[in-house]
Design a protein around this ligand. Sequence first.
Ligand SMILES: *Cc1c(COP(=O)(O)O)cnc(C)c1O
Length: 409
Amino acid sequence: MTDARWQAVARATGLLGADGVPRATVFAEMSALAARTGAVNLGQGFPDVDGPESVARAAADAILGGANQYPPGPGIAELREAIAAHQLEHYALRWDPDTEVLVTAGATEALAAAVLALVRPGDEVLTLEPFYDSYAAVIAMAGATHTTAPLQAGDDGFRLDLDALAAAFTDRTRLLLVNTPHNPTGTVLTRAELEAIARLAQAHDAIVLTDEVYEHLLLRDDAGVRPTHVPIATLPGMAERTLTVSSAGKTFSFTGWKIGWVTGPERLVTAVRTVKQFLTYVSGAPFQPAIAFALRDPEVAAWVDELADSLSRRRDLLCTGLLDAGFTVVRPQGTYFVLADAAPLGYADGTALCRDLPGLAGVVGVPVSAFTHSRSRVDEALRSWVRFTFVKRDDVLEEAVRRLRRLHT
Ligand SMILES: *Cc1c(COP(=O)(O)O)cnc(C)c1O
């Protein structure tokens, strides 16, 4: 018997138990463990400080000013214009706010609507591995097959295996779902890696869907230099086959507002809108003008810049603590996550470590196996790895680092 869609989703995300009952996600399990034990929760990646007050006030003013009924289906014009201006200013990408920009319920809905809109049952969707957990779920919802190309840990951080990428493409590869800066590895894909992806996408006539929600969270290296974020849509010949997704949640530290967007050529954006209008129709009426303000205000831009710098410092604080505790660490270039290998601590299995860590050190992380296909090559290679977030207040991170030292005795 074929799976019902919920079973396909539970199976694709590793949550379908042998008894046919879906299990809770490891994120929920670890957050519950943190709450029960009083451990410092570095598992779930959301900021413990809100974004700029001026933006929050803009949303409050919008509610009191009457922005409380359904906004237009594609999003309010003011926000679509601000998104188009942002893409032009930062990346020289020119999109028509009326036909080539669509506001969504977070990046999550943009990604889901795009996959549902563009992929037929039996098609293949190629992602990097490890991958953000919603990708596997929505590919399963579309009845498609999820193929992957590995990121591998090395001296240069996690890098894309270009031979494996080429080998992963087939005639059925319809969509390539890219993510840079990358969750969970913190890698920022290089221009060379993106060019390799672009060449293959063109050769196989595949559409590219790119998740760039961490586009502004770029972390400084030892020389104080931030990596460059290269949207794949800026590469030659790619704008016409690329849908670019981002959202306000990570950039402005308002993850609960769920204002996202997708930009790209009219023919692709129209396809996404056709599906999106029957998922949520619209969302976030008072938050849309507030995010339009945030995207244009220079003081908010300075706030985002300072957020990225403070995240660079917080990354260093947590990485040093993890190294002192005995983990091997790959220093991230972007996002607010770091991957650490527990093998030097005698743990071959990151899930086992995560279950023990509250008792051993009063800290919670999530195993990288939450971001892999079970028993894949990447799953084997990263079996002993754990993801920690550093988007927490300094005092919280300092306490976590103090506690982690208990591991090293
Ligand atoms: C947080 C996150 C999302 C979801 O963004 P929302 O705007 O909250 O829906 C999508 N992709 C990645 C890689 C993320 O980390």
